[in-house]
Design a protein around this ligand. Structure first.
Ligand code: ARG
Ligand code: MN
Ligand code: MN
Length: 318
């Protein structure tokens, strides 16, 4: 049973580690076309060989095919858009990510929109129920069925993982709310909805906005975030990175850019520091949308996506 699985630390030297690329060309959690092309561009940019050259054994069986629910059969549930499709895809992703985590492989899920994290984190928690989450984002993605104004599920995955929704939706009954508010910390926030601000406060969730990054510096912020969710440094870590956490000057090709974001180095520092803990068990890179912005900007965004993954998997500057 899931709860009995022993925590499997990732070796501090990546030399013998095995990783699995989980390519998720999926855009159903938000309205903009093109984010489904993110994983294809990341792989075509050479991500797999880059990780191999870091010493990882990397497996990639092709991108997942998600096509089973068509739009006519998927009317909104309340205000939620594409609810059945998102649920189905996330359930499939949870099973895939869970199976890799269970084999001691590090799943690197490349999105696709951030609703996918409902799946990836569910997968991680199915084997490591004590895992903590570091969520790097301009947004909290914490809206509930009651608070969302957009109805876009990429703005909601954390509420499902925490079990904050008051209105149960049968289609999402498979999501086990295994995460607890003391085991998730945010870094990079700067566009948080009023309902989300209330939920952050009510649940005592640790959130380091760009204000705290400016005030303390990224080094101290990462340390504070780890102290909050992983005080004894004994919990496996799932790092979920929305590329819109970075400043739009660094990562312009994304669906919901917000100015005033993390610098190139701040973003990479977070990945490096989490790698250094030796506790990383799953990584997501989400919301790369190469069709937004011009070709050069798209190329730069894809390149930064690849280099964030490399940093999380142990690339060092020296
Ligand atoms: N993963 C993201 N980029 N999320 C953006 C969410 C924006 C907004 N808070 C919403 O709920 O619609
Ligand atoms: Mn975001
Ligand atoms: Mn996000």
């Amino acid at each position: 049973m899931a709860a009995e699985h022993k925590f499997l630390p990732v070796p501090k030297t990546a030399a013998f580690a095995r990783g699995q690329i989980v390519g998720c060309p999926f855009s159903g959690g938000q309205p903009k076309l093109g984010v489904d092309q993110g994983p294809i561009h990341l792989v075509n940019a050479g991500l797999i060989d880059q990780l191999k050259s870091l010493g990882w054994k990397v497996n990639f069986d092709g991108h997942h095919q998600f096509e089973e629910v068509n739009a006519q059969q998927d009317p909104p549930i309340g205000v939620l858009k594409n609810p059945r499709l998102v649920s189905k895809v996330c359930k499939a992703v949870a099973d895939v990510v869970g199976s890799h985590v269970g084999r001691g492989e590090l799943p690197v899920t490349i999105g696709g929109d951030h609703s996918l994290a409902m799946g990836t984190i569910s997968g991680t928690l199915s084997h490591h129920p004590d895992a903590c989450v570091i969520w790097i984002d301009a947004h909290a993605d914490l809206n509930t069925v009651e608070t969302t104004t957009s109805g876009n599920i990429h703005g909601m995955p954390v509420s499902f993982l925490l079990g904050l929704n008051k209105t149960p939706i049968p289609e999402y009954a498979w999501v086990e709310p295994r995460l607890t508010p003391d085991r998730i910390a945010y870094i990079g926030l700067r566009d948080v909805d009023a309902g989300e601000k209330r939920l952050l406060k009510e649940n005592g969730i640790k959130a380091f906005s760009m204000h705290e990054v400016d005030k303390y510096g990224i080094g101290a912020v990462v340390e504070k975030a780890l102290d909050a969710v992983n005080p004894k440094r004994d919990r496996p870590i799932h790092l979920s990175f929305d590329v819109d956490a970075l400043d739009p000057s660094v990562a312009p090709s994304t669906g919901t850019p917000v100015r005033g974001g993390l610098t190139f180095r701040e973003g990479h520092y977070i990945c490096e520091a989490v790698h250094e803990t030796g506790l990383l068990v799953a990584f997501d890179i989400m919301e790369v949308n190469p069709s937004l912005a011009d070709a050069d900007a798209a190329k730069a965004t894809v390149a930064v996506g690849c280099s964030l993954v490399r940093s999380a998997l142990g690339e060092t500057l020296l």
